[in-house]
Design a protein around this ligand. Structure first.
Ligand code: PLP
Length: 411
């Protein structure tokens, strides 16, 4: 048997890019050998590239700058709240941060973001939450319902607030309803048109000035969904007519990235051109708050193979981490592409379909079905791509298997 490292096929893999590919037969992220890093820790490893995060951020900033509009970029912390990653973003000074709970607010402040650079948009906000939010006069607070406007008015009359509206139009990866926050079906998010007179009257009654209009209509949209997204932005902007004091319109996050072979990446040029058209002549700052787009493809979850076993007509490859460490594939059918860290062969035509199964006692704990993979053995490592967003931040301790290590590769 040859000990020479296998070489990759000329055609390459659909997910490969300059900073994520095989080098000398081993998967590298940002110049680091992924499998070798995983060997330095016990158990599952969430690995992130600071350079890729910065590049993703820069791409969105450049697209916004190209519109000629005044713009603000907030990173949505719910996608990944690993402190070194947040400090990296705060230090870079290229974005503010979107938070959705008082605990996220505290973490943003602790990691170096100033209150004036933080935007809060949450749901189910309690009075206890409000006490903590209102302690920061410079914080932007977007109200998700009429009741929240009233309760802020009672506690901080005269304050500036934002309102989150529901434009009844959504945009999401493949049009998935679970990833849509607005549409035909009533959702819990934002103030509906029927409630609008009541919302405006409530703000007036408490002397609240509405300085920010917000809507977030769904997650994971790509170029194929841009017409939906544009229509949603148009519907959201219709609320602006009644808001003379608004200086910023926040169109939320939701910018998606390819999850499957054949997914065309989001055309940021077209995205920005649509924004430019919609905002032309309105005299407001456009704000966006992407989470996934900034961190998801900058992270991989590295798991170890515990067993390879044939059961009936299926080859099961068991790994030492389950869906609780990166729940999006199970919850939203947004797959994490499995990649062997050191394939024994790059003859992809000879790879065999396997089912990659996690270590959680739930039938849905399957990372991939019928996935062509090179031969795998106990002790090998597999990287699950696109695990940098909503992986560690959504993880749970289900079955008491919630432990993992996180590592940020420096830029
Ligand atoms: C209000 C709001 N803003 C921003 C985001 C970030 O979305 P994404 O990570 O898809 O960009 C979310 C996600 O749910 C959200 O609810």
């Amino acid at each position: 048997m040859s000990l020479a490292p296998a070489t990759r096929p000329d055609a390459g893999f659909w997910w490969a890019r300059d900073d994520l590919d095989f080098r000398d037969g081993r998967l590298h992220l940002a110049g680091h050998d992924v499998g070798a890093l995983a060997e330095t820790v016990e158990g599952p490893l969430h690995l992130y590239s600071a350079a890729r995060i910065s590049a993703n951020l820069r791409r969105v900033r450049d697209a916004l700058a190209g519109t000629g509009l005044r713009s603000r970029l907030y990173y949505a912390m719910k996608a990944n709240r690993y402190e070194p990653l947040l400090r990296h973003l705060a230090k870079g000074g290229q974005c503010g941060i979107d938070v959705c709970s008082p605990a996220e607010l505290d973490r943003a402040l602790a990691c170096g973001f100033a209150a004036a650079d933080i935007s809060f948009t949450g749901t189910g906000v309690s009075n206890r939450d409000l006490e903590r939010l209102l302690a920061h006069p410079d914080l932007t607070i977007n109200c998700d319902g009429v009741g929240m406007i009233r309760r802020i008015g009672e506690r901080a009359p005269g304050r500036a607030i934002g309102v989150r509206v529901n434009p009844e139009r959504g945009a999401s990866y493949g049009g998935a309803e679970k990833l849509s926050y607005a549409g035909d079906v009533a959702t819990k998010f934002g103030i509906y048109r029927e409630q609008w007179p009541q919302a405006l009257a409530m703000a007036r009654a408490h002397g609240l000035t509405i300085t920010s209009l917000h809507f977030h209509v769904g997650c994971g949209y790509l170029t194929r969904e841009l017409d939906d997204w544009d229509a949603a932005v148009g519907a959201g902007l219709a609320f602006l007519d009644d808001l003379p004091d608004v200086t910023t319109v926040n169109v939320g996050g939701g910018l998606g990235l390819p999850h499957r072979e054949g997914d065309a990446p989001l055309d940021l040029g077209r995205w920005a051109a649509l924004l430019a058209q919609r905002f032309a002549g309105r005299g407001v700052t456009v704000a966006v708050e992407p989470g996934d787009y900034i961190v998801k493809d900058a992270g991989v979850l590295v798991l170890g193979v515990t067993d390879v076993e044939q059961k009936r007509d299926v080859t099961f490859v068991s790994v030492d981490g389950g869906f609780n460490l990166a729940p999006e594939p199970a919850y939203y059918e947004l797959p994490c592409e499995p990649v062997a860290c050191a394939p024994r062969s790059f003859e992809t035509a000879a790879w065999k379909p396997v089912t990659i199964a996690g270590n959680i006692n739930e039938a849905l704990d399957i990372w991939a079905h019928a996935q062509p993979m090179p031969e795998l053995r106990e002790g090998d490592r597999i990287a699950l791509l696109n695990a940098g967003g909503y992986g560690s931040s959504m993880s749970s301790n289900h079955c008491m298997r919630g432990e993992f290590t996180e590592m940020l590769l420096p830029a």
